[in-house]
Design a binder for this molecule. Structure first.
Ligand code: ATP
Ligand code: MG
Ligand code: MG
Ligand code: MG
Length: 568
């Protein structure tokens, strides 16, 4: 590719609405252009990046045995009615009508459609397990689309769906995807962390998120630097990742017993007695939505059930607890309270609503030394509150004896163990060895292709622009020619180097534009090409070219004959 034939249109200024580096830099580099809020054109430079990300994802999905297909963006409402999500999904689901007044959705995810495919295609245990995936446009009418490709309304996702005979086999499929995700994010050259996570509106039980570490991330992760405990603070409970239990810290014993929640009231609201296995209750508010209360029931096996207050009898109409007093009045304990039921000893609230600007951060442990956090707060947590939280966590010993640290992260991938949630609703069955029909066990696995491009920039940029990891850079190498139009020697040598690099399989662009060197260099620094080779008459007289690494700016004069080896 010659730059004169490529579309390069860099800008000095970023749009005023661009709050984060990736949004600013992708716009300034000419990678994305806005069509409407949260809807962008991927310009040729960005598309090259996205295709490279897709290639890595595709290779690893195929290697893990998943099969690529392509499901439609427009999907019939009937399937969504069958699963119940036509009612449940809320305003993020874009609903459209065709000319016959039939309802459709623009897919935000594809559990329903893939389950419909599978119930028609898979009949026997002999055809299992199977894992179908596609890389396709998604639409979510996000309440606050922002940060460019990071939280778009239209975006590109890879979503995979596994179908198995039984839970054990489904678990193995989940583990295979978990391992594939590690390979993907390592190959993409990103610093990331796998964390235990909430299952959100997709449902299901076990789930992990893959979080790219970046200060601008919208998620908060708590982790133990000395163990493999890590959880998204959105709703963090990670029995599977917990290290061996240790006795509780002595200081826990001294914690005064807070007033227990009115169990009868909770049972009444639930319409059934609290099960023996429920050991504690967390009351949490979501100030984002106006203090909607959530009940988190923590079972003895550390499973955590989440119940939206709006699902409780008497609260169906979205009753909102406007004040803390009201919550106190109904439940007998304040929001953010993590309390025991029955004979269990109290858990300690390390931080709660008293922390400035924080709606409900809870972090505690019971007498078994088990640690968990239950949190749900507004996304726009101001910085001082995060600092407060940092102090709270880093001042306060981990109940298990360690210390917790906190980081911001960008969710780039999410794996869910779904069980029979969708297969049951859509009656996706197969014939077992005994000839009897059985329900399929499912898992689903998403990766935000377009979000990864933005996340990579959040992690890799400086004041001059983007610094792409080599594997996903729009070009790996740029040859900057000094005087292409004037010097035949420059044209010959640069052309030769360009041909050789191409033959070696290096993704190279040759800049033959008739512009000042400073302008040319600034363009490529902004666009973020990892290696720059500068070829001019002056160097060629000494038989050298200049090679500069974008990341550290270090420049080497290299004999023309050594250039290829240095670049490879
Ligand atoms: P978030 O918590 O950021 O809203 P999510 O949990 O709703 O994301 P999932 O349903 O788990 O997202 O979808 C799988 C992946 O799709 C996410 O891990 C993320 O990488 C990507 N993704 C989700 N929403 C968006 C969006 N609005 N723009 C870009 N990518 C997105
Ligand atoms: Mg979301
Ligand atoms: Mg999420
Ligand atoms: Mg998610």
């Amino acid at each position: 590719m010659h730059a004169s034939k490529f579309h390069i249109n860099t800008l000095k200024e970023a749009p005023s609405e661009a709050e984060v580096a990736s949004h600013q830099l992708m716009t300034r580099a000419g990678m994305i252009r806005k069509a409407a809020g949260g809807i962008y054109t991927y310009m040729p430079l960005a598309l090259r990046v996205l295709r490279k990300i897709e290639t890595v994802v595709r290779e690893e999905m195929n290697r893990a045995g998943a099969l690529e297909l392509l499901m439609p963006v427009v999907q019939p409402a009937e399937l969504w009615e069958e699963s119940g999500r036509w009612q449940e999904y809320g305003p993020e689901l874009l609903r459209i009508k065709d000319r016959h007044n039939r309802d459709f959705v623009l897919q935000p995810t594809s559990e329903e459609l893939v389950t419909d495919i599978v119930r028609n295609e898979i009949h026997s245990w002999r055809q299992l397990p199977v894992n179908f995936y596609h890389i396709q446009t998604k639409f979510r009418d996000e309440r606050r689309p922002r940060f460019g490709l990071m939280r778009g309304r239209e975006f590109t996702m890879k979503d995979a769906y596994s179908f198995d005979r039984d839970e054990a086999s489904a678990q193995a499929s989940y583990d295979a995807m978990f391992a594939a995700y590690h390979r993907i994010f390592t190959r993409l050259g990103l610093t990331y962390r796998a964390v235990a996570a909430d299952t959100g509106s997709i449902g299901g039980s076990r789930s992990h998120e893959f979080q790219v570490i970046a200060d601008t991330g919208e998620d908060l992760i708590v982790y133990n630097p000395d163990s493999d405990y890590a959880a998204n603070i959105e709703l963090a409970e990670a029995p599977c990742l917990l290290p061996e239990r240790k006795p509780a810290a002595a200081s826990l014993e001294k914690t005064p017993t807070p007033q227990a929640p009115k169990c009868e009231m909770v049972a009444e609201l639930l319409g059934r007695p609290l099960s023996d296995t429920v050991k504690s209750i967390v009351l949490a508010t979501d100030t984002d939505e106006g203090a909607v209360i959530w009940l988190l029931l923590v079972r003895g096996d550390h499973e955590l059930n989440e119940i939206k207050a709006s699902k409780l009898p008497g609260f169906e109409n979205g009753h909102r607890f406007a004040t803390e007093e009201e919550i106190l009045d109904v439940f007998g304990c304040p929001p953010g309270y993590l309390g025991p039921i029955g004979t269990r000893r109290p858990v300690r609230v390390i931080a709660d609503t008293t922390v400035a600007n924080m709606s409900d951060f809870i972090c505690g442990a019971n007498e078994e030394g088990f640690h968990y956090t239950g949190v749900n707060w507004g996304r726009d947590l101001p910085e001082p509150a995060v600092a407060d939280l940092r102090n709270v966590v880093a001042g306060d010993p981990d109940p298990r004896g360690g210390r917790l640290a906190i980081q911001r992260g960008i969710e780039v991938g999410h794996v869910f163990f779904l069980g029979d949630k969708y297969s049951k609703a859509l009656q996706a069955t197969f014939l077992e060895t005994d000839g009897k029909p059985a329900i399929l066990q499912m898992g689903c696995y998403g990766i935000g292709i377009s979000r990864i491009a933005a996340a990579a920039i959040e992690q890799n940029h400086d004041d001059k622009g983007i610094i792409w990891p080599r594997g996903i850079a729009p070009f790996e190498v740029v040859i900057c020619t000094m005087g292409w139009n004037k010097s035949e020697t420059v044209r010959n040598e640069a052309g030769k180097l360009y041909e050789q690099l191409q033959q070696m399989g290096v993704d190279v662009i040759l800049d033959d534009r008739d512009i000042r060197p400073g302008v040319m260099f600034a363009d490529w620094e902004l666009i973020g090409v990892p290696l720059r080779v500068t070829i001019g008459d002056r160097g060629l007289q000494e038989g050298v070219v200049e090679i500069q690494a974008r990341r550290n700016g270090v420049t080497h004069k290299v004999a023309l004959s050594d250039a290829l080896a240095r670049i490879k």
